[in-house]
Design a protein around this ligand. Structure first.
Ligand code: ZN
Ligand code: FE
Length: 257
């Protein structure tokens, strides 16, 4: 498997997921069609499927156009039929999706939207997380609450350390700047912020991350961390010690950061 990150729109990533042996590819989140067709041509492969993580415009805006141009299966949460344009294959957690010889498993991770799916390629230790898990961040809670986002993130956090994380936006620097305000003593955050800043100045993406890296730098996987809790409790003196409240306050602070 080869994964080609394709920057689209303002700060989104679409991905071309290539099965080299069969020379076919899937697009994860088709927002714009032309850059994906160009990437496929560059790789010498045919796009045969689209995996949609969720129904927001910046993730599915190209579905109708690509379906009109080339023969593709379009996968997405069966419950989002009607919200994901040109859906041909509604899927649920537990199903398998074949991209040539590659196998993807949808993982239901609601809260940013109620039907949000991540796509896990277990054999290749790679997960596409859309707007649920970002490098050092998580999505806004448009259709869910803190408890639901915590359990969605816990599913992703259960994957092996070495799992590569391909997320839906280039938010890494801003997310790490926020993380550093909560854990100023966390060296992993400071180091990764320096690295990510240098990557962006070179015009390079900061994806993929890994689950292991997220565990040490992502405030939304670090609700149990003492320094983070104290920072939150300092800002919200009445908050108490409940994990959901700490997580919710972290999310609210990030909304305004
Ligand atoms: Zn979104
Ligand atoms: Fe998005």
């Amino acid at each position: 498997m080869r994964v080609v990150p394709v920057p689209v729109l303002h700060d989104n990533y679409s991905y071309l997921v290539v099965d080299e042996t069969e020379a076919v590819a899937a697009v994860v989140d088709c927002a714009e069609v032309e850059p994906m067709l160009a990437a496929a041509q560059q790789e010498g492969v045919t796009i045969t499927s689209v995996l949609s993580t969720h129904h927001h415009y910046d993730h599915i805006g190209g579905n109708d156009e690509i379906a009109g141009k080339i023969p593709v299966r379009i996968y997405g949460n069966a419950d989002d039929d009607g919200r994901i344009p040109s859906l041909t294959d509604g899927v649920r957690e537990g199903d398998t999706i074949h991209v040539g010889g590659l196998i993807a498993r949808p993982i239901l991770v609601p809260a940013h939207t109620s039907g949000h799916m991540a796509y896990y390629f277990e054999e290749q230790r790679s997960v596409f997380t859309g707007d649920t898990l970002f490098a050092a961040g998580c999505g806004r809670l448009f259709e869910g609450d803190p408890a639901q986002m915590m359990s969605s993130l816990a599913k992703l956090n259960a994957l092996p350390d070495s799992t590569k994380v391909y997320c839906g936006h280039e938010y890494t620097v801003k997310n790490l700047e926020f993380a550093a305000t909560l854990e100023p003593k966390n060296k992993a955050i400071a180091d990764k912020l320096a690295w990510a800043g240098a990557r962006r100045r070179d015009g390079q993406p900061t994806v993929p991350s890994t689950i292991g890296s997220e565990r040490t730098t992502n405030p939304f996987l670090r609700t149990r961390n003492q320094e983070l809790r104290e920072s939150i409790q300092e800002r919200f003196p009445d908050i108490g010690d409940d994990d959901e409240d700490i997580f919710g306050a972290t999310r609210r602070l990030k909304d305004d950061f």
